[in-house]
Design a protein around this ligand. Structure first.
Ligand SMILES: *Cc1c(COP(=O)(O)O)cnc(C)c1O
Length: 440
């Protein structure tokens, strides 16, 4: 039987049917199921450079890059070589290695607001640990976050705004008891007045304020410079730690991460703690959190805040991360990545304008986002006014034409070093076709 060559058989659908028998929803992370956009998820068979191929052998230009990590594109030779070498030396030891030290040094060199860093295996774990550390270091319980920012799926962070500033959050997931989120306050992103009111009410009880500086989990929304400045001032004034969740933006929007982008407008700007993931693992399970020495020394085994991991600092993952960091540190890397992201957004804008479709987009380094709006939104509520049906037409139109963007309107997009100007032109041409459908 030659299933794969029979074009009447949809291998993606076959695999999805099989997967749903044994994995809830057929996927190991919900967005992969295409629930928001409908249709059959593509089961990816292999990837190279800017492309991946699904189970039917169809090629796509990949703009999700594993949701950010694949900044060099897939299968970069130097990274593959480093991983192959590491695998031969051993998968995991449960004892320290030189490579962990090298990776920690490499991260601190690029993100100098941190004096020390601890390596973990996922962004969720890093964010959860950062909050425990912030609470342990300040002796305070309350935390503040913003609507539309995602910091992983730790219980205390699966929360939406309560009915006013005096009330704390409500769980957004079953299985999270209300008591667990009673210390989490949720505010509107980019709303300075609300921020000031919240600090006036709760500032002295806040362990930390956690933010996605350029929010990539509500598509692409920048924190405004005045808003960021005010966050920094209020945290300093009230003794709350300012935690930058740069799991997505870290070493993605710039080598120095989003904090270096804000430091261009706010001289001397630094967060107190930083959470990293995605790019620093280059596609392997690796994340990190770090900050000033006095705070980081509160962690076990030095201090009273417990945190641990069997596979933390895994030797294969650190090899992958180190090789990735080495490549992205080469001169001109981010200029070229940023140029291509801008080229894509302007190509899409041109195609939309021609078809008379409302469109706007933005990018920073290798991260981008676009909306079927005239103007860039400033907060989650506005992002979520996107017309779902129109977004889905755009998504499936592009997918049919071999362009894979995030299957949800609230996710960012990612450019890699492997994308060529020809790939971008092909994407803009596909979009021009699809925008014609949307203009009717
Ligand atoms: C992806 C992401 C996380 C969670 O990381 P995982 O590795 O998926 O657990 C946390 N914060 C932000 C900003 C992210 O983009």
């Amino acid at each position: 039987m030659t299933l794969a060559t029979d074009s009447t058989i949809d291998r993606n659908q076959q695999l999805f049917d099989r997967a749903r028998q044994v994995i809830p929803g057929g996927v190991n992370s919900p967005v992969r199921a295409f629930k928001a956009v409908g249709g059959t998820p593509r089961f990816i068979q292999r990837a190279q450079g800017a492309y991946f191929w699904d189970a039917n052998g169809k090629r796509y230009i990949d703009y999700i890059g594993s949701w950010g990590p694949m900044i060099l594109g897939h299968g970069h030779p130097a990274v593959v070589e480093a991983v192959q070498k590491a695998v031969l030396e051993g998968f995991s030891f449960g004892a320290p290695t030189e490579r962990e030290v090298e990776l920690a040094e490499a991260i601190l060199e690029r993100v100098p607001s941190m004096d020390m860093v601890r390596l973990v295996s996922s962004g969720t774990e890093a964010g959860m640990s950062a909050i425990r550390l912030a609470r342990g270091a300040t002796g305070r319980s309350k935390i503040l976050k913003f609507e539309g920012c995602y910091h992983g799926h730790a219980d205390a962070l699966l929360v939406k705004a309560g009915s006013g500033l005096a009330t704390f959050g409500n769980p957004t997931s079953a299985g999270v008891p209300p008591e667990v989120v009673q210390h989490t306050l949720v505010l509107e992103y980019n709303n300075i007045q609300q921020l000031e009111e919240a600090f006036a009410l709760h500032g002295k009880e806040l362990a930390c304020l956690m933010i996605e500086p350029i929010a990539g989990n509500m598509n692409f929304v920048r924190a405004s410079v005045p808003f960021m400045r005010r966050c920094r001032e209020l945290c300093t004034q009230y003794g709350a730690l300012f935690v930058f969740d740069e799991v997505m933006t870290g070493l993605r929007v710039a080598l120095g991460s989003a904090q270096s982008v804000y430091a261009r407008s706010i001289p001397g700007f630094e967060p107190d703690m930083t959470v990293l993931g995605k790019v620093i693992g280059g596609g392997m399970p690796l994340a990190a959190f770090g900050g000033k020495r006095a705070v980081m020394e509160q962690l076990a085994p030095l201090g009273p805040v417990y945190q641990a991991g069997t596979l933390s600092g895994n030797p294969v993952a650190t090899a992958c991360g180190l090789a990735t960091l080495k490549e992205i540190g080469k001169p001109g890397f981010y200029e070229e990545l940023g140029r291509k992201a801008q080229l894509l957004i302007s190509g899409l804008q041109g195609a939309a304008d021609k078809a008379g479709v409302d469109f706007c987009g933005d990018s920073e380094g290798g991260m981008f986002g676009f909306f079927l709006f005239k103007e860039l939104p400033q907060n989650y509520a506005k992002v979520m006014t996107t017309d779902n049906a129109r977004f889905n037409t755009l998504f499936h139109g592009l997918l049919d034409r071999g362009v894979y963007i995030a299957p949800a309107l609230y996710e960012a997009g990612f450019m890699s070093a492997a994308h060529t100007d020809a790939d971008i032109a092909e994407t803009a041409a596909a979009a021009a076709d699809v925008f014609k459908l949307l203009s009717k």
